[in-house]
Ligand binder design. Structure first.
Ligand SMILES: Nc1ncnc2c1ncn2[C@@H]1O[C@H](COP(=O)(O)OP(=O)(O)OP(=O)(O)O)[C@@H](O)[C@H]1O
Ligand SMILES: [Mg+2]
Length: 352
């Protein structure tokens, strides 16, 4: 992720992770924003608690840093059940998954992060487990192989993905509840920042919180990370108080611009405008131009740029909007995507 790469040195990373987990809300009531998801989820959990049954399986999709892992932990906490953590890439063989499933206790919450990256055989085993709380253990090889059905304890699967589109339909359909996490608005991020400042014992007046919030790319993780960088600046260069000017000077120093675009975002925009005349250009060509993996551009930079109305995805490729040109201080060409259409007639159209 671009911000992690830019702002965190390798040895500081352990520290940063410890702080990140200290800042995680532990209960649903502490979780800020995502109002609809929170309300729906609280109904799902409450009704499961009343029936004394594990709730439906939950899928969470959304950009990095929006709170998917946090919510998974909250689900387990609200149910007062243990949480088992694993991830798609760790489940290479069906046996890896079988080992986990067969040792779950009743009601346990199994969290599979990056669930879209699970290997096929494990995925197929998961279908049966989700539906019937059963796995088929295959013994032997070739024509003599037999499947031995094994009952497993009823559990709740919580899956997280940054790329819901890559999830096969049979898997997606087995989740009873799908939570789409959206970017946070500025007031919500201000709330996240005020909470974090309180926990970290920082002096963050409202105007300072506002300045950081509006440059946080709609993402709590980035808000918290920028807060720590601004804190460093405030402690070393001034008296520690994070005023608007202090926040603004610190963020300029870290190359986070007024709209929150970071270096990767700007590199993508720059390439799109200066190398490809605003597009359309294919994702992989664009990724090569900025020296990144297509997945990084697609998952980390693009959703925010699209949401800011700076680029658009079209069937022919990525195109810059008129605002993108303006954002980089360039004049948009008359045919720029989203520019006011030129008037092609002198007379007003006659009423039909
Ligand atoms: N709603 C929220 N309220 C307060 N803090 C939040 C909220 N959501 C996320 N955070 C903060 O942001 C950080 C990142 O959240 P989290 O790790 O849950 O994101 P994620 O969606 O799992 O990201 P990834 O896709 O990279 O795994 C957490 O440490 C937490 O402190
Ligand atoms: Mg996560």
């Amino acid at each position: 992720m671009s911000l992690e790469r830019d702002l965190v040195s390798p040895d500081a990373e352990g520290d940063e992770q410890a702080i990140e987990s200290a800042l995680r809300p532990k209960r649903l009531a502490e979780f800020i924003g995502q109002g609809r998801v929170r309300e729906q989820l609280s109904l799902v959990l409450e009704s499961a608690l009343r029936r004394n049954r594990p709730p439906d399986h939950v899928l969470m999709s959304g950009s990095p840093g929006l709170g998917k892992t946090t919510l998974a932990m909250i689900i387990a906490a609200e149910l007062a059940m243990p949480l088992r953590l694993t991830s798609g890439p760790a489940l290479e063989r069906a046996g890896d998954l079988a080992a986990i499933l067969s040792t779950l206790s009743e009601g346990e919450v199994l969290f599979i992060d990056e669930i879209h990256r699970m290997a096929r055989p494990a995925e197929e085993m998961l279908y049966l487990a989700m539906e019937d709380f059963r796995v088929d253990i295959v013994v032997g090889k070739g024509p003599g192989a037999t499947a031995i059905p094994l009952e497993i304890a009823p559990f709740t699967l919580v899956g997280a993905t940054t790329r819901a589109g890559l999830l096969p339909a049979p898997l997606r359909d087995r989740f009873g509840f799908v939570a789409h996490m959206d970017f946070y608005d500025v007031p919500e991020l201000e709330q996240v920042l005020r909470r974090s400042a309180r926990l970290l014992g920082l002096d963050l007046p409202d105007a300072g919180a506002h300045e950081i919030a509006r440059r946080s790319r709609g993402t709590p993780r980035i808000a918290n990370r920028l807060l720590r960088r601004v804190r460093d600046f405030a402690e070393v260069r001034v008296d520690g108080v994070i005023t608007r000017d202090v926040a603004s000077a610190a963020l300029d120093l870290y190359e986070v611009d007024a709209e929150g675009l970071d270096r990767l975002d700007r590199a993508v925009l720059n390439a799109l405008l200066r190398k490809f005349g605003g597009g359309p250009v294919g994702l992989s060509t664009l990724a090569v131009a900025v020296g990144e993996e297509p997945e990084t551009v697609e998952v980390v930079a693009e959703p925010f740029l699209v949401r800011q109305g700076l680029i658009a995805r079209t069937p022919r490729g990525r195109v810059a909007t008129a605002s993108a040109w303006t954002h980089l201080g360039l004049a948009p060409p008359p045919d720029a995507f989203g520019a006011a259409q030129p008037v092609l007639f002198d007379d007003p159209p006659s009423p039909a």
